[in-house]
Design a protein. Structure first.
Ligand SMILES: Cc1cc2nc3c(=O)[nH]c(=O)nc-3n(C[C@H](O)[C@H](O)[C@H](O)COP(=O)(O)OP(=O)(O)OC[C@H]3O[C@@H](n4cnc5c(N)ncnc54)[C@H](O)[C@@H]3O)c2cc1C
Length: 430
């Protein structure tokens, strides 16, 4: 039996691959619903993509060969040591994604979280859920001097959310109700045109995105080891993407600017002091004497997501400590592997899925001794994968008694949370 932590793209894919190899996957999911960043990260206008991914996850987790245990956060409802050392699983797979915001690198800024400083993950969560019946999460009133610090794809979603909300509110104040999802598709200029109003008439200032590098450096399009020609094309694509965001959503953009200090009034953050930068040999350097202050009632930090620490899992810097990025093997914890966003750090559905399949097939199946021989495919990390698989060649078989005890423990948990079957649970938690 294999424990999988997290039931979203990577976790559900790993569960299906385990089941296909004859192992019994037990998926522990902290939420009632297993959709992870698909539900809480992707802004709600990605309806088609979301529905498609929900279907895939449902198909994977709804199989009789998979045991799903929702509402069970590892590290809280079920401590790591109990899961890893007492329950006797043959292997443990970390598919728990990146649920912690990377901290804004400005001394003392975190003291103002909730008092002027907002992090991306809770902001997007609010945007996706505030219309849900019984929503009781954080609530944000977006002021019209909001700024965003970031530069990656997620920060583009954040600036879009801010401006869509600001313009929707201004239109509502004039008695015009607009649907945010429709406005995202049409863009703000066309939406205003359709109701015969101009941006000037509405008087919305809109938000500004501050990025420490240049527009052409934004990680909005990327490739592994691009040739100079490919790089030039990528840079061109990045500029085009950002220019489109600026045009279509009236976003303002300040490149080569990095936050260096808080501006505070009383107990609130009221702005950020920035410094202009230059990029020398790929590195960002501050330009002395170029500091400038920006007042903002809300500063949203959107500079990346990292895995949440779980007591018992070793970390290295802000990530879990892996012995190999190719096998996802966790340092000092035999039989524990990371996969998906928790390992790749790439906020990308396709990468999470591909990586989950790659790791499960190369390593976990071999580790369990239930799959085919580990196949040495050419390319990144295959040698390491095979090595790990060989090291664990004997596998860690579970005794019948251990399996029985584990099944009883899972049954008890299902009773505690009132879980019956995947489909009835999902229907009840729509
Ligand atoms: C704003 C934003 C926009 C994005 N836009 C795109 C896009 O346009 N295209 C794209 O391809 N990708 C996009 N992404 C990224 C994409 O959504 C993710 O990279 C991908 O869904 C990650 O899948 P995953 O399964 O690896 O991780 P996650 O979806 O993060 O799943 C991890 C799961 O683990 C659970 N979990 C976490 N901790 C625990 C614990 N301790 N115990 C039990 N369960 C736990 C979580 O609840 C979750 O269900 C975006 C992300 C964000 C934030």
């Amino acid at each position: 039996m294999v424990a999988i932590i997290g039931g979203a793209v990577a976790g559900s894919e790993a569960a299906a691959a385990c089941a296909a190899r004859g192992a019994i996957p037990v998926v522990f999911e902290q939420g009632a619903r297993p959709y992870g960043k698909i539900e809480d990260g992707l802004p709600r206008w990605h309806q088609k993509l979301r529905d498609k991914e929900y279907l895939k996850i449902n198909e994977n987790l709804g199989s009789d060969a998979v045991i799903f245990v929702p509402k069970t956060e590892i590290g809280a409802a079920l401590p790591w040591d109990e899961l890893y050392r007492e329950l006797g699983f043959s292997a443990v797979v970390l598919a728990n994604g990146a649920w912690r915001d990377r901290r804004l690198p400005v001394e003392g800024a975190d003291a103002y979280e909730g008092r002027g400083l907002v992090y991306q993950n809770e902001f997007v969560y609010w945007f996706n859920h505030y219309e849900d019946e019984g929503y009781d999460g954080p609530v944000f009133e977006i002021p019209d001097d909001t700024i965003v610090v970031g530069g990656g794809l997620a920060s583009i979603d954040v600036v879009k959310i801010v401006n869509l909300e600001l313009y929707a509110r201004a239109l509502r104040a004039r008695g015009i109700d607009v649907d945010i999802v429709e406005m995202e598709i049409k863009g703000i200029p066309r939406t205003l045109e359709a109701v015969g109003l101009s941006a000037e008439e509405l008087g919305v200032k809109g938000c500004t995105l501050y990025y420490r590098r240049r527009k052409e450096d934004m990680p909005l399009a990327s490739a592994d080891n691009p040739t100079p020609e490919q790089l030039a094309k990528l840079q061109n694509a990045r500029v085009k993407i950002m220019d489109r965001v600026i045009r279509k959503y009236f976003v303002k953009f300040e490149e080569l600017s990095r936050p260096i200090e808080t501006i505070v009034e009383g107990d609130r953050l009221t702005g950020i002091r920035f410094q202009k930068t230059e990029v020398v040999d790929g590195r960002v350097r501050g330009v002395e004497g170029s500091e400038f202050d920006v007042g903002a009632s809300m500063v949203i930090s959107s500079i990346g997501s990292i895995p949440r620490p779980i007591e018992g899992i070793p970390t290295k810097g802000e990530l879990y400590h892996y012995d190999s990025w190719d096998t996802g093997e966790v340092h000092g914890l035999p039989g524990v592997f990371g996969l998906g966003n928790v390992l790749t750090g790439k906020g990308n559905i396709r990468d999470s899925r591909t990586n989950a399949i790659e790791i499960i097939e190369k390593v976990v199946a071999a580790y369990l001794g239930v799959g085919d021989e580990a196949v040495e495919t050419p390319g990144r990390g295959s040698a390491e994968a095979t090595e790990v698989a060989e090291q664990a060649a004997a596998g860690k078989a579970m005794s019948v008694d251990a399996m029985k005890a584990l099944s009883e423990r899972i049954e008890r948990r299902h009773e505690e949370i009132g879980y019956d079957s995947f489909s009835t649970w999902i229907d009840a938690h729509a």
